[in-house]
Ligand binder design. Structure first.
Ligand code: ATP
Length: 254
């Protein structure tokens, strides 16, 4: 039986490209990760990067129990193209009381199946990547994007030139936009935001919220500069309008 440490524990099931990358990234972040795959070769490939790696069949409840699945905080089922194995795995994890179960699906139609079985999150990797890219290219001021759950996203938003400097407390973002500022980047330096921090053009804010809410906040941070009215000289033109029509047309063409 595997000893469960104080820090959050993850079990990554299925070490194809998707599962292997998640396992490696979590291990790199020094998380408590157990990675398993039914195929020995897949386990061997990941083993140099993930300290706890084992060959096991996740459709077998006993195998998962032996690995301490009942004490896992978050499981990621990355089996992908084997629907039956994924379903049995989710059911096993649910029976062991695993609270967070993220399932990788290959088809939109499978999402509902996994949710009904008790998956807390279902993702289609290509869809998540495409969504992230689409959001980035939609707006010049959305610099980075990370989907936290189906509703909530963490985004990096740059503050536009036309923004009038304001302190975080004066922006009243929780009330007005229902978003949270979780980080401020000034001159490439990240800091945890303080209420009195002054936000100025060129700053980058790390914000958590729903798409609707952070989009409104992004517009607020990127108001266009007011046009300079003095550049036009309306007075002589107005006089010209009072003149005969032919003259007025001439004035417009100029
Ligand atoms: P990607 O699409 O990300 O490149 P892949 O196509 O290589 O990944 P899949 O074939 O979808 O990955 O499967 C992911 C992994 O799940 C495989 O390595 C496979 O051996 C493993 N797997 C399949 N069934 C089980 C099971 N019952 N228990 C554990 N692992 C399993």
């Amino acid at each position: 039986m595997r000893k469960i440490q104080q820090k959050k524990s993850f079990m990554i099931i299925g070490l194809g490209r998707f599962g292997a990358n998640i396992a490696k990234m979590l291990a790199n972040m020094d998380a408590d990760v157990l990675a398993i795959d039914i195929d020995e070769e897949s386990v061997t490939k990941v083993a140099p990067f993930v300290p706890h790696c084992l060959v096991a069949d996740s459709t077998k409840a006993n195998a998962l129990k032996e690995l301490g699945a009942n004490q896992i905080d978050h499981a990621v089922v990355a089996i992908g193209n084997n629907l039956q194995a994924s379903i049995l795995t989710v059911l096993n994890l649910k029976n062991f009381g695993v609270k967070k179960i993220t399932v990788r699906a290959d088809e939109e139609g499978h999402k509902e199946v996994y949710r009904m079985l008790g998956a807390t999150e279902v993702i289609i990797p290509e869809e998540a990547t495409a969504l992230s890219l689409a959001n980035q290219i939609m707006s010049d001021s959305i610099l980075d994007y990370y989907q936290l759950s189906e509703d909530y996203t963490m985004v990096k938003i740059s503050v536009g030139e036309g923004f009038e400097p304001k302190s975080i407390i004066d922006m009243n973002v929780r009330v007005l936009f229902d978003v949270n500022i979780v980080g401020v980047i000034k001159n490439d330096k990240f800091a945890i935001p303080k209420p009195m921090d002054l936000i100025v053009p060129g700053d980058i804010l790390v914000v958590v919220g729903t798409k609707d809410n952070y989009s409104k906040f992004e517009q607020f941070l990127n108001v266009k500069s007011k046009p300079k009215v003095e550049e036009k000289k309306p007075a002589p033109e107005k006089k010209a309008q009072a003149k005969p029509k032919a003259n007025a047309k001439e004035t417009k063409k100029k």
